[in-house]
Design a protein around this ligand. Structure first.
Ligand code: GLY
Ligand code: MN
Ligand code: MN
Length: 461
């Protein structure tokens, strides 16, 4: 945990942003994988972590905006629990570390809420994303699941986004730590990749480094020779000569701040010319967009900048023809680059996505596009000092998408479908780094992770 002052200040700022009523934070509980006691790895809710810092299941918290108190609700562990799970700090001790004196048994929360409801007080809660929390809120507030799913507080969402979007120095330090571990994860994959070993062998090494870092994975590992499948979690292929490996993985710190890095490298020690051609376009898009980061820039414009670089690059290879300004505007680049340029990152790898992508990444006055490719852009808004975000352009050759667009005669004036047949087995390339927006521009966080062609080839020797 950070010092209690951090949490006290965060709660104070939140209280100042909202008028009156109660703010309810149901923390997360364990979830059974295949039966109740065989549970998924526990992950506390990020908003709970941000405002209270207590990384324990089966807690809830209430901030009373009128009497300015914060209370943690939870049941002290019995000795029987300690027999199975070992000794733990008491809830009282943990609450104290968060700067909170008030703790009550879990069952008391229902009384607090029903009294507030009967007094007509406003109850604020964030959009719940776990069914157990939807059911808890439903019971506490005596509302149907549907009412709970739609009953979140827009005021609270906005107040939380207004705080969590700006990272403090201690948060940035956490992200630097996550990225130091993420570098080790990527280097072990790059060093050990070779013909004949399996994706799952490399995945195991990557996971080992994440675990050794203390916090584990920030999200499930993407490590695949089929990089054209954007979120590919299959690890059963054996690496073959001529293929490329796309690795998109990052560590989380013990305090749950995330790193999100992608590197793509050949199975062989050297890139082929064809691989170099495509890789160089993605690298230019990534580096040029990172260089252009600064306060005031609309991130949507950087997405379009990356798309333009990609169109120019593939046009030089004969894959695209015609007027590139028109091809850009009409979205023809979506065939090669069907996802967004990046997203906010922090306590969540896609930071605050539980609060709603459009609230976090668009905000008032910015309409989300419905165009294929651009509609997947999670972050479009004007950048501000203190934001931390990813920059992650890519070029993919997705045979099913190419086939569909060809059959539907999509953009025949721009796309050279004949030439594309030479790339159907190419796969995909993505390069991703995490950047802090500074007063003047940006700082790429974490230690440098090789991405130039020669640097990657040198690691393989
Ligand atoms: N790791 C998922 C992403 O890059 O957004
Ligand atoms: Mn990623
Ligand atoms: Mn990402």
């Amino acid at each position: 945990m950070f010092s209690s002052n951090t949490y006290i200040k965060r709660r104070k700022a939140l209280m100042e942003n909202l008028q009156s009523g109660l703010i309810l934070f149901p923390g997360n509980s364990n979830v059974g994988m295949n039966y109740k006691d065989n549970v998924y790895h526990f992950r506390q809710d990020s908003n709970f972590l941000y405002f209270f810092g207590i990384d324990q299941e089966d807690l809830a918290a209430v901030i009373d905006l009128d009497d300015k108190t914060s209370t943690i609700y939870g049941d002290e562990l019995s000795v029987e629990y300690v027999v199975w799970m070992g000794p733990q700090k008491t809830i009282k001790e943990k609450a104290k570390a968060s700067g909170i004196e008030n703790t009550l048994p879990y069952a008391e929360i229902e009384k607090k809420i029903s009294k507030a409801v009967s007094q007509g007080r406003k109850i604020h809660f964030l959009p719940p994303y776990r069914s157990t929390n939807i059911l808890k809120l439903s019971a506490w507030l005596n509302k149907s699941v549907k009412e709970i799913e739609k009953g979140y507080s827009l005021e609270l969402i906005q107040a939380v986004i207004d705080q969590r979007s700006y990272k403090s120095m201690e948060e940035i330090d956490q992200m630097e730590q996550a990225l130091a571990t993420s570098k080790e994860m990527h280097e072990v994959a790059m060093k050990n990749a070779k013909e004949g070993i399996k994706e799952s062998d490399l995945t195991g090494m990557v996971e080992w480094k994440a675990t050794a870092g203390g916090g584990g994975l920030a999200y499930p590992i993407i490590l695949t020779v089929n990089g054209q499948t954007l979120h590919n979690h299959y690890h059963g292929n054996t690496l073959k000569k001529g293929q490329m490996v796309l690795g998109d993985f990052g560590a989380e710190t013990e305090m749950h701040y995330a790193g999100d890095i992608t590197r793509t490298f050949p199975v062989d020690k050297k890139f082929t010319q064809k691989q170099k051609d495509i890789y160089s376009i993605v690298l230019k898009a990534e580096k040029d967009c990172i260089q252009a980061l600064k306060p005031g820039v609309l991130y949507k414009d950087l997405h379009l900048k990356a798309a333009r670089i990609i169109l120019e690059g593939v046009s030089a290879l004969g894959l695209v023809k015609g007027n590139l300004d028109d091809a850009l505007e009409q979205g023809a680049y979506g065939l090669f680059f069907p996802h967004g340029l990046g997203h906010m990152i922090g306590l969540d790898v896609h930071d605050m996505e539980d609060l709603g992508e459009n609230h976090v990444g668009y905000g008032p006055g910015l309409e989300r596009s419905t165009q294929f490719g651009l509609k997947s852009l999670r972050l479009a808004r004007k950048l501000e000092e203190g934001f931390v975000l990813t920059v992650e352009p890519g070029i993919y050759f997705i045979p099913e998408l190419i086939q569909k667009w060809k059959e539907e005669k999509m953009y025949p004036e721009y796309i050279n479908y004949d030439k594309l047949t030479e790339y159907l087995a190419f796969g995909g390339i993505r390069i991703e780094d995490n950047c802090l927006i500074t007063k003047e521009g940006q700082r790429t966080l974490g230690p440098y992770i090789p991405k130039e062609i020669e640097e990657i080839e040198n690691i393989r020797d």
